[in-house]
Design a protein around this ligand. Structure first.
Ligand code: ATP
Length: 365
């Protein structure tokens, strides 16, 4: 297996720059997910790593070897697309073994590798079946089998589950993660689905308009977003934002939202901007039916019941927020409530630059 390094990578299509000065390293055996909205440059980045697209400038190193302008066929990387191109006139076994046959492996060696791959993917019982008789999940397993049997240095996958319906997609996500734990193969996986990214990734790289917004573990991305974009893109329901009233002072450890004093992590630098937002996840909110000192006053607009918890939509003077709280207490629409925020995960964002300027993790560093 391999480590992959991308340095100063740029890709221009005529006057449009799809990937802008990309720098990142993927560790040997890592499951690395590139996440972002449509058109942000995920596929272009992956295709450059594969050798299917040449960079305008910058470098791609595979195990420290510069492969930036090397042909795809010389990179020893397996690439899987959303539409898995299986050969319809061959059965499952023939499809999986095809790459080894092309490379001139002996029959005995192919049989040995096939047995191993079929065991890992749990497809021993369908090896003689026709491709046309297979359901989407099994087709996906066969496509994976054909990639795995080559034992390439790395796997690159571009929305490989995109064609499956949502139930299959969830099951296959779990299977892919299990497969990765067994094989420990370096994998670069592109998706626009944040849940898929969270379930699969060792680390996630979030892209936006050709730029890397953040690279981190799923927990870092969720708890410590470095920008408004990341904070909004990851999490369901999304992060809440309330306007901070007064300018932030370096020596204070609180801000005012709707004249309510809210403790925040220690301030490191006084931000230049006056347009600051207080960001917090819906699970950082406490809601009380009785009056609390120093709480935001709001009105319940809606409540969604999820068995063990519920999500309340609460209208406050400074905006609408979502609170994910235990399901025990019932709230009625139109009810007056008092909202307090758990202090440990509050983040202050500069609305102008879109960057996190103050948060617990910035203090921790
Ligand atoms: P999606 O999930 O929709 O594929 P993406 O994040 O993978 O999105 P890319 O496919 O990398 O995005 O495309 C990034 C941008 O580059 C898009 O605006 C796209 O239109 C443009 N682009 C990609 N390939 C080409 C090309 N061959 N010629 C011109 N523009 C291109």
């Amino acid at each position: 297996m391999a480590n992959i390094e991308v340095a100063g990578l740029h890709k221009k299509f005529d006057n449009f720059t799809a990937v802008i000065n990309s720098n990142f390293k993927i560790r040997d055996g890592e499951f690395f997910v590139i996440l972002g909205p449509s058109g942000c440059g995920k596929t272009t980045t992956l295709r450059m790593i594969a050798g299917l697209e040449l960079p305008t400038s910058g470098k791609i190193l595979l195990d420290d070897e510069d492969v930036s302008f090397e042909r795809a066929s010389n990179r020893d990387i397996a690439f899987m697309f959303q539409m898995f191109a299986l050969y319809p006139h061959m059965n499952v076994k023939e499809n999986i073994c095809f790459p080894l046959k092309c490379q001139g492996y002996s029959k005995a060696a192919i049989a040995e590798k096939l047995a191993e791959v079929a065991r890992i993917l749990r497809i021993e019982h369908i090896l003689d079946n026709k491709i046309s008789s297979l359901a989407g999940g099994d087709r996906q397993r066969v496509a994976l089998g054909r990639a795995i049997i080559r034992e390439p240095k790395a796997f690159l996958m571009d929305e490989p589950l995109g064609a499956l319906d949502s139930e299959f997609r969830h099951d296959m996500t779990i299977e892919l993660r299990e497969l990765h734990i067994k094989m420990k193969a370096t994998t670069v996986y592109v998706t626009h689905d944040q849940l898929e990214a969270m379930m699969l990734a060792d680390r996630i790289m979030i892209m936006n308009h050709g730029i890397i917004e953040q690279i981190g573990t799923p927990a870092e991305i969720y708890n410590k977003p470095r920008s408004l974009f990341v904070a909004k893109f990851v999490g369901e329901p999304p992060m809440n934002f309330l306007s901070i009233e007064s300018a932030v002072d370096k020596d204070s450890d609180y801000v005012y939202v709707e004249s309510t004093k809210i403790s925040i992590p220690k301030i490191l630098d006084k931000p230049d901007s006056q347009d600051l937002l207080l960001g917090f996840r819906p699970d950082q909110v406490n809601v009380s039916q009785t009056y609390l000192d120093n709480a935001l006053n709001g009105v319940v607009q809606a409540s969604e019941y999820f068995g063990t918890n519920q999500v309340l939509t609460i209208a406050c003077a400074s905006g609408v927020l979502k609170a994910r709280i235990p399901a025990e207490t019932q709230f009625k629409e139109g009810e007056n409530v008092y909202v307090t925020l758990k202090p440990e995960k509050l983040i202050v964002f500069d609305e102008g630059s879109g960057q996190a300027v103050l948060s617990t993790y910035l203090v921790e560093k």
